[in-house]
Ligand binder design. Structure first.
Ligand code: UD1
Length: 370
């Protein structure tokens, strides 16, 4: 059955793809977005949204905007959030305000205007370090990254005998370990959704997203995801700046696959009350993606390895996507090299302000890179 879906933060990178996917499924879509400058530049119009999407410009913390946006809505996708792990460690009030108070205001209005289902974008960052295996094959759940004190210290977490631990895919049952303000704020969003929905006859679903990438990512936002930052650097003839040694692992998932996961979370009967990891099922190092992206963009610019870590970053976290595959029939469809080629083609037509040095200086000035 067709629904009227409100997407908070729907003018953003992921929101635009979710909006399109929902329209393709025959739903009506309304977007609430405050069009913040860090993401949207000086634009006052929501670019890149299909014309059928109704746009309400407003802040998720403004109850009158929420009330207006909720009129006639049957399902909600909650994406409105500040998204930079590094920035969250100093813009603490802004991150907690937008992410957590914003979610609280949304729910305050949902209590009086309930919908069938709310799907919240949670994050893999809530896991902290992912699961690891030690030299004896034992699974380690509570790995915590200790800061390096000297150059010769390894980047990878070690077991009690000083042997490196090996990252393994992290399933949803791993306990959260909140290593940044961003992670904490995302966990609060997830818990508010899963606690309040059943209390008021709504269905809550949390999607824990890994690193989304694809055309349309905010290239001039120096706090956006690593692939967009690298693309913007290369586009401007600058080397990508790699934190740590570049061997940290993530799962890069194409934004169309992320949109597919949202549609399943909105529509599938079994999704109600569920928590699902969303990734591609393939992990890669940051160095590897820097190299593959440079190739895709046809740039022979070697990356610069910082040898320093952002405070709040985790070392490795890779996705176990078995649950969403088995329960909801999710399938990561986009091949990584195809996704990079598309990204490169799109970037070539864009203008991207390179603000990465400034952003790095902000972190360094506060001792948040070490
Ligand atoms: C990202 C998202 C977060 C999302 C999470 C899900 C952003 C800003 N953050 O966090 O919203 O919930 O994925 O997985 O999109 N790096 C560099 N050089 C750079 C920038 C980053 O080497 O210029 C490294 C980082 O140190 C880190 C890795 O790349 O090791 C990934 O960083 P980032 O893209 O910020 O992603 P997450 O922190 O994983």
């Amino acid at each position: 059955m067709a629904d009227t879906i409100l997407i908070t933060g729907g003018a953003g990178f992921i929101g635009r793809y979710v909006a399109r996917a929902c329209l393709e499924r025959g739903h009506r879509v309304r977007v609430l977005d405050s069009l913040i400058e860090q993401v949207h530049g000086e634009k006052t119009q929501a670019d890149g949204l299909d014309p059928e999407v109704e746009v309400v410009v407003g802040d998720v913390r403004d109850e009158t905007a929420i009330l207006r946006a909720l009129k006639g809505v049957t399902k909600v996708v909650h994406l409105a959030a500040e998204v930079g792990v590094g920035q969250s460690m100093y813009a603490v009030d802004r991150y907690i305000s937008v992410n957590d108070y914003g979610t609280a205001v949304l729910f305050q209005q949902l209590i009086d205007n309930p919908v069938k289902r709310v799907v919240v974008a949670s994050s893999m960052s809530i896991y902290g370090e992912g699961l690891y295996r030690d030299a004896e094959g034992r699974i380690m759940e509570d790995v915590i990254r200790t800061p390096r004190t000297k150059e010769s210290d390894p980047w990878d977490p070690l077991d009690s005998k000083g042997r490196p631990l090996v990252p393994v895919p992290t399933p949803e049952w791993k306990k959260p370990a909140l290593a940044s303000v961003y992670a904490l704020s995302k966990y609060v969003q997830e818990r508010l959704t899963l606690t309040l929905c059943p209390a008021y006859g709504m269905e809550g679903v949390a999607l824990r997203l890994w690193n989304a990438y694809g055309p349309g990512q905010a290239l001039s936002n120096p706090y956006t995801g690593v692939l967009a930052i690298f693309a913007s650097r290369l586009h401007n003839g600058q080397p990508p700046m790699i934190f740590e040694d570049g061997q940290q692992r993530r799962d890069f998932v194409h934004v169309e696959d992320v949109a597919q996961a949202f549609v399943l979370a909105l529509e599938h009967e079994k999704a109600a009350g569920g928590i699902y990891n969303v990734g591609s099922g393939q992990d890669r190092t940051v160095s590897e993606v820097a190299e593959l992206l440079a190739q895709a963009m046809n740039k022979s610019i070697a990356p610069e390895i910082a040898g320093k870590a952002r405070i709040g970053d985790i070392r490795h976290c890779i996705a176990d996507i078995t649950r969403i595959q088995q329960e909801l029939g999710y399938k990561a469809k986009k091949d990584f090299s195809e996704g990079l080629a598309e990204l490169a083609e799109w970037v070539a037509q864009q203008e991207a302000k390179d603000l990465v040095q400034e952003a790095r200086k902000e972190l360094e000035a506060r001792g948040l890179v070490a």
